[in-house]
Every structure is written in structure tokens, then in C-alpha cells.
Design a protein around this ligand. Structure first.
Ligand code: HEC
Length: 241
């Protein structure tokens, strides 16, 4: 059995299989590219600046605990929309965990200063409504345990299947046995590191760099396996042996 398996290489595969494997790798490659693009578009903007940075990863999983969205707005972009005295009252209300019994005082302030833009038609957050203002006043704790559990298991199941098939194809390449085993197993190891890092970052923001490491790790391993597999299936050097 081992003899037979060792004699089958990518270059000697029947054309049917080479087309099947090539199609699969191309679509998976496109999928990985889209996944990368999606990460840039969602997590990439978490810190308000384009491009993926450590802060983005920290904000996504750990949250921005230095303040709430409402306080960030009142001390930033929305600063000039309200007089300094009113602003102070509003910030104090936010910092006191937005007590409901003070809404009779602060509600009209939001209405007067913010209502003309933040109304129903505008599509902007309706800060003039108590429940909206209250939720904007909460400290951002990042991803919830519920959502992390959900994305973790989808990620582990889904991606391990992708790397099972990519690995099966690459296993047929002519390649140094030691490095072949390393390349086939690293994506699985980095997958675990990646998922573990989301949980670690949720509690310890310093762990954000594990997320970077995991992502870069399996992208590199995938790139090498894709490149070698394509080359050995189609380049005359391997197909004409
Ligand atoms: C002149 C119109 C205008 C007024 C007045 C105004 N805002 Fe805004 N606000 C906007 C616009 C436009 C955005 C979204 C664009 C942006 O983020 O730059 C925004 C964004 C926000 C956000 C960010 C929402 C998020 O999802 O992060 C908050 C919070 C906010 N405003 C609160 C307030 C508060 C509180 C007041 C009153 C003190 C206020 N705004 C007054 C126009 C206004």
C-alpha cells in the first residue's frame, strides 16, 4: 500500500483529478482571500482607522473599556454640538451608569441638542430615547461569550475541513518528508492558536498578538501548499517525469 501511495504524485495524476483539485484550490483560495478582506472591513475598522492593527483586535474581543460610545462621542465628534455645561451634565450621567430617574433632566437635553439630527428619519442612533441612550452609555466589553462560542466552533469545524482537503492534495506532492509533515500540520496548530487567542484577548488584551500570529501562520502554510500543488500538477518539470 505504502509503495503504491508513494508512487502517486501530483504530476502523474489523471487529468480529471488534476482539474478537480485545481478547481477546489482556486475556489478555496478565493474564499481565503475574501475572508481576509472581510476581516479588514469589520475588525479592521474597530479602532476607527483603516487597516488591521493590534488595537482593532483588542477592541473587537476585549472591547474599548476606556469609555462608552456615548462618552466617546461627547468628548470627540459631537463635542461642539452642545454647550460645555450641558456636556458636563451629560457625561456625568453617562459615568454614573445612566440612572433612569435622572432621565427627566437629561432627556430634554438630548432632545434639544441632539434631536434635530438624531431623529427617526436620519438613520443615526436615536440618543433621544432612554433605552438607546442607556445602551450607548454602557462600557464596551467586546465580543460576548455567546458569540465567541458560536464563531469558535464554526471556525474550528469549517477551517479544519478546508485544511484536511488542502493537506490531502499537498500530501501527493514531491517534497521533503519532514517539511511536508510540518506544513500539513501547522495550519491545524495555528487554527487552535487563533481561536484560543480570541478567548485570551477577551480577558487579557495583551494576547491580541496571538491572533495576528495565528492568521499569518496559516496563511503562509496555505500559500506554500497551494503554490507547490499548482506547480507540480501543471508544470512540465513534474508532469513529464
Ligand atoms: C448636526 C447634526 C448632529 C447633532 C446636533 C448631533 N449629532 Fe451625533 N452624529 C451626527 C452624525 C452625522 C453622526 C455619524 C457620523 C460620524 O460618526 O461622524 C453622529 C454620530 C453620533 C454618535 C456615534 C454613534 C456610534 O455608533 O458610534 C453618537 C454617540 C452621537 N452622535 C451622539 C450625539 C449626541 C449625544 C448629540 C447631542 C449632544 C449629538 N450626537 C448631536 C450628527 C449630529
Amino acid at each position: 500500500m505504502a509503495e503504491i501511495m508513494n508512487n502517486i504524485t501530483l504530476g502523474k495524476l489523471p487529468l480529471t483529478y488534476r482539474f478537480l483539485f485545481t478547481s477546489f484550490l482556486l475556489v478555496v483560495g478565493l474564499g481565503l482571500f475574501m475572508a481576509g478582506a472581510q476581516i479588514m472591513l469589520t475588525h479592521g475598522k474597530a479602532d476607527g482607522k483603516p487597516g488591521l492593527s493590534m488595537d482593532d483586535i483588542v477592541y473587537s474581543y476585549y472591547g474599548n473599556r476606556s469609555g462608552s460610545k456615548l462618552e466617546t462621542a461627547l468628548t470627540g465628534k459631537m463635542k461642539d454640538k452642545v454647550s460645555p455645561e450641558t456636556r458636563l451634565t451629560l457625561i456625568k450621567w453617562v459615568r454614573n451608569d445612566a440612572p433612569v430617574n435622572e432621565w427627566s433632566t437629561v432627556g430634554p437635553m438630548f432632545e434639544k441638542n441632539c434631536g434635530k439630527c438624531h431623529d427617526e428619519e436620519s438613520g443615526l442612533v436615536e440618543v433621544t430615547k432612554l433605552d438607546v441612550a442607556k445602551s450607548l452609555a454602557e462600557i464596551d466589553h467586546g465580543a460576548s461569550v455567546g458569540s465567541l462560542t458560536r464563531i469558535s466552533h464554526i471556525h474550528l469545524f469549517g477551517i479544519s475541513f478546508i485544511f484536511l482537503f488542502v493537506g490531502l492534495i499537498f500530501a501527493l506532492a514531491e517534497f521533503n518528508q519532514f517539511w511536508k509533515i510540518i506544513l500539513i500540520t501547522t495550519p491545524f496548530a495555528f487554527l487552535v492558536i487563533d481561536v484560543a487567542s480570541w478567548w485570551l484577548t477577551k480577558f487579557w488584551p495583551e494576547c491580541a498578538w496571538f491572533t495576528m500570529l495565528g492568521g499569518i501562520g496559516y496563511s503562509l502554510a496555505a500559500l506554500v501548499m497551494f503554490g507547490v500543488s499548482f506547480a507540480q500538477m501543471w508544470l512540465p518539470h513534474w508532469t513529464k517525469k
